[in-house]
Design a protein around this ligand. Sequence first.
Ligand code: GLA
Length: 711
Amino acid sequence: MNTKISILAAMLLAAPAIHADRIIPVETENVGLVYAVADNGRIYQRYFGKRMLNSADYNVMKNMPEAYITSGMEDYFEPALQINHADGNMSTLLNFVDAKTTANSDGSITTSIYMADPIYKDEVALHTTAYPAEDIITQWTEITNREGKPVELERYASSMLHFDRPAYYLTQFNGDWADEGNMMEQKLEFGKKVLDTKLGARHNMFLSPFFVLSLDKPAEENAGEVMVGTLAWTGNYRHTFEIDQNGGLRVVSGINPYASTYTIGKGQTFTTPEFVFTLSNEGRGGAARNFHDWARKYRVKDGMGDRRTLLNNWEATYFDFDEEKLVKIIRNAKELGVDMFLLDDGWFANKYPRSSDHQGLGDWDETADKLPNGIGRLVEEAQNQGILFGLWIEPEMVNPKSELYENHKDWVITLPNREEYYFRNQLVLDLSNPKVQDFVFGVVDDLKTKYPGIAFFKWDCNSPITNIYSPYEKNQQHLYVDYVRGLYNVLDRIAEKYPDLEMMLCSGGGGRCDYKALEYFTEFWPSDNTDPIERLFIQYGMSQVFPAKTQCAHVTTWNSSASLKFRTDVAMMGKLGFDIRVDELPEADLKYAKHAVKEYNRLKPVILDGDQYRLVSPYEGNYASTMYVTKDSSHAVVFAFNVYPRYNERRENVKMQGLDPSATYEVTEICRQNATKGRVSTYSGDYLMTVGLPMFSGSKMTSSIYELVKK
Ligand code: GLA
């Protein structure tokens, strides 16, 4: 090597160039997201990765692209922000104004970076909140119009993150009704990949709002660096992944600006929803546990609280029931040992009784023929039996065959000059209209006022927003956004008046779920598909971000060729419920179900609040296994499923995780077919995690559950 060059290289290594930029670090226990203010007054992302031991190391790093790239300036790829200024100029420049850090009362820390355009004066505040112990970060912006006239927001992302790695692999979760959350991984190449929805209300029907981004190599369950992200917004979302000519990746997340150019007046601020993300060095499993911990502690309604088992009548009766039938089912619920009876669709409307999904939605009075003594009689029966009463509603929707539609067509989202088309024979009410918000709030409020004994609502939403036009909005471009804000307004009012009311979020199966909605809902319905084999996959997909206690899992007759034990065991991995004709169950099945409810109640603290380890993925082949361990590693439950084992196939031991290697555990097979416990053996935690146990067998669609207790 040329001596001059080698001396120079040695000097550079000895004394790296110090960038004297102002550094703004956002740190959790293990993750660092660092911004820098450069000499030109702009804000750059400097680093996003494993938290550095010594924060001085951030000083020697080079800047990456700008933190929140604006349109019309020097960048040629997807911007985070585009403001169409009052004079028609579409460019924005953001200069640093100030930054501050706030310690929040819940232990999280918010870093706010304030920026403004030197010419137009419009302001952007980029907020980033770090939840230190969970390694979760949330990011959102506030955009304020400081011009004399209204401006249009054409793009308004919540977050922009930059990566500079050799390769990127993206896992998305897509599907359809009864086929939600299928995991698909692909390598990203130059250009854009967009994950978005235009469904409006039933926003996750085809694609879940979360993703896994694996850095350098395809994602693994227990190793490798992955980022998992999702938008906390119950409406149209968009995540854009764009790789530039140098192999740099940007991830831009926010509300989908499709048909949603939002105009804000002088002095007004537009607040974007939170993008929630984590970075884990322990693969998808570590990232999921970060999300689960954060969700329980900070986000989900009553996230640290208990969950109730229930019996639902939907699949047992569909629309065909009367008071007598329901009273019997309530007694069945008592016999089964569950905490609650949930009355589903079909109990309301009189002019157009809800005898099918073709009519009645919107008319929330009990059908007199079916329920002559109203809901009150059912609440009373549940109370007599010592269980709770829950009720299905779908208050945002209307059937054209209803009195509500006849009297209030102006409350319906529908195009004035075109023939209406229907999704499940219904239309969506216009929640941008405050009068409609009052009506929707009134559905819950009236029922609760009349029947204070209603302990729970299943809140359904079976249609996307169709026929997109609001009779109320002056600017149709605002409808998608204002609909969601109207929904939150209603949910805020319900939360304020009925703070302890538990609710399940449902949307024609798993068509709606995100981390804003879950502030109001204790749980959600991941899919109408309750075939246990399918549920192994669906629950696995959803578990990438949602903890077990939020995932309702019911035992039904879908795939009745699977034993009741197999169906129940799958459902026990989430929030257990039943939707089955209890009085028609063979004696042995009823005995198993009753036993399982008791065992589940005993094990709820482990399953619902413990750490989840996905030991064997159903995507890997013919088996699946998931384990839950209490935070102190003293108690664990392992579920093992033989889905479709091949003849004479080699079967591996299941190696456990999360145990104390130096402790001894008593291992018992519980919930055996005949509702008994199996033989007890003891093993060290080290053995269970290193060698594992032979939990799989060759019999198709069979399952076993093991309980581990530290001695
Ligand atoms: C949706 C839900 C079901 C059930 C029906 C009732 O499809 O996902 O669980 O409540 O509506 O119509």
